[in-house]
Design a protein around this ligand. Structure first.
Ligand SMILES: [Zn+2]
Ligand SMILES: [Zn+2]
Length: 127
């Protein structure tokens, strides 16, 4: 697969973005830099990056898809008000020894989401 400028642009955008954007958000922001990019290109590119293992896809409760450039195991905090998804900073290795129905389960990665209010939303009183 060729490395295209658009693919690099999308990857660069993802790595610099702390809120795990959806494909739609990627499209909107990358279009600012590359006005010729199409929505289909963005969707195809993120799908390809997921297939190549360069990013990971995160499901979310409302059925949207978010994209994760950080492949190390870590948890997330979702702000229920503004919808931004943040990385939770943790120290040390995560414990990945878990049991399922009495048998060991081999964990590849974890994706635990904490739901709450980010600092910006917790500090505003217009709710
Ligand atoms: Zn918020
Ligand atoms: Zn993350």
């Amino acid at each position: 697969m060729r490395i295209t400028a658009q693919r690099l642009e999308i990857l660069k955008y993802l790595i610099g973005n702390p809120i795990h954007p959806t494909a739609e958000e990627i499209y909107r922001d990358v279009k600012g830099e590359q006005p010729n990019i199409s929505r289909a290109t963005v969707y195809n590119t993120v799908n390809m990056l997921v297939r190549l293992g360069e990013i990971r896809e995160l499901g979310c409760t409302s059925g949207c898809r978010r994209f994760e450039p950080d492949l190390t195991p870590h948890d997330h905090a979702l702000c229920v008000k503004c919808g931004r998804l943040f990385d939770i900073e943790s120290e040390g290795e995560k414990d990945t020894r878990v049991m399922v129905m009495g048998k060991p389960f081999e964990v590849k990665y974890t994706d635990i989401t904490y739901h709450g209010l980010c600092q910006t939303c917790a500090g505003s009183d217009d709710n």
